[in-house]
Design a protein around this ligand. Structure first.
Ligand code: GCU
Length: 339
């Protein structure tokens, strides 16, 4: 109870600070005497300051401030300070904060077609995913959540996700009876079940304790989050099932975005495109550094033949693409970009 109260106090304080920061205020007078309104866009982020997405966002923020002549800047609230991703998506929806980075499964709960871009094994490589994120094939999908009060401004890579637990996972049979935490959507639960285990949805912040207490046998994530959250301490075998390359979506409140001038919107959009590419470039370096830390702390990385897992999840591709014409079209557009 004490913990809940202190978390609530932390969130309230953080929101208080945020409200103060994001209040529009007149900035320095311009040469012609007209005051520029300054807006601080608060963005919720559930990873640390070391994360490549944090670095990419920080650069985005600096450039945004510079190019909009101080009219817009970014304030990143890292480490899930404003709550888990599900909670922060709602804060963006209501306009309490401007932006958040959330895993694709969170947005899937608002618009079903997002399930397609987070299907297991839908991307063949990081290059394929980069092509998909930068080619414009997702533009329509990203605009489709507007009726919920926000839309997707861009998508970051978070590399590939792999299962980690107390033993190597080399075949689907190895996962039998294993409760593995997944991100919070039906598709993620079904995926892990098809892979041979028991998909258990929960927020990222609860995983360490749940594994430690035996509520879960493990989790699945990329190397960066595995190392950053010290999950090697509770699940030392990291097996390269490579089952997901799930996008992290940068969402923004509609009204806040629509309050920008056409010129500032264009600056925002162009910088966002640049940021997405930048983040791909730094991702691999972060993975190498994270692996080193994990190994130093006793983790074992296991190579896996992914074919049986790929075979097992095929019914999920069929189910998700059969849900609508739109879903099928997105699926085909993504697969059509394989080189
Ligand atoms: C990754 C991803 C996050 C997500 C997290 C999770 O780290 O980048 O957006 O929150 O996984 O498993 O919840």
């Amino acid at each position: 109870m004490k913990k809940i109260v202190s978390i609530m106090m932390a969130v309230t304080m953080a929101l208080g600070v945020m409200a103060g920061c994001s209040a529009d205020k007149p900035a320095a007078e311009e040469g012609n005497g007209a005051a520029v309104k300054e807006t601080v866009l608060k963005i919720a982020f559930n990873q640390s300051e070391n994360h490549p997405q944090y670095k990419a966002l920080a650069t985005f923020g600096e450039k945004l401030k510079e190019e909009t002549a101080g009219a817009y800047s970014l304030e990143i609230a890292p480490n899930a300070l404003l709550g888990d991703q599900r909670a922060t998506a709602e804060l963006v929806q209501s306009g309490t904060i401007a932006m958040a980075v959330v895993g694709n499964p969170i947005v899937e709960n608002f618009s079903k077609e997002f399930a397609v871009i987070g299907l297991p094994y839908i991307y063949d490589s990081l290059d394929h995913q980069k092509e998909v994120f930068t080619s414009g094939v997702l533009d329509e999908l990203f605009a489709s959540t507007e009726s919920n009060g926000f839309f997707v401004a861009g998508s970051f890579t978070a590399g590939s996700r792999n299962v980690y637990t107390d033993k190597p996972i080399e075949t689907p049979e190895d996962l039998a009876g294993y409760k593995v935490r997944v991100m919070e959507s039906d598709t993620m639960v079904k995926m892990l079940d098809l892979m041979g285990g028991v998909g258990t949805p929960m927020g990222q912040g609860e995983v360490y304790t749940a594994v430690q207490q035996g509520v879960l046998e493990g989790g699945e994530n990329n190397e960066v989050t595995y190392a950053d959250l010290k999950h090697y301490e509770i699940a030392p075998y990291f097996s390269y099932t490579q089952h997901l390359m799930v996008p992290d979506l940068i969402i923004i409140n509609d009204d806040i975005y629509n309050g920008m001038t056409a010129e500032n919107k264009e600056i925002f959009d162009n910088l966002m495109k640049e940021t997405i590419i930048n983040e791909f470039e730094v991702w691999n370096e972060s993975v190498a550094a994270a692996k080193e830390i994990a190994v130093e702390n006793g983790a074992t990385f296991v190579e896996v033949d992914i074919k049986p897992f790929q075979e097992n999840v095929k019914p999920l591709h069929d189910e998700v693409t059969a849900a609508s014409e739109g879903a099928k079209a997105i699926y085909e557009a993504i697969r059509g970009l394989v080189k």
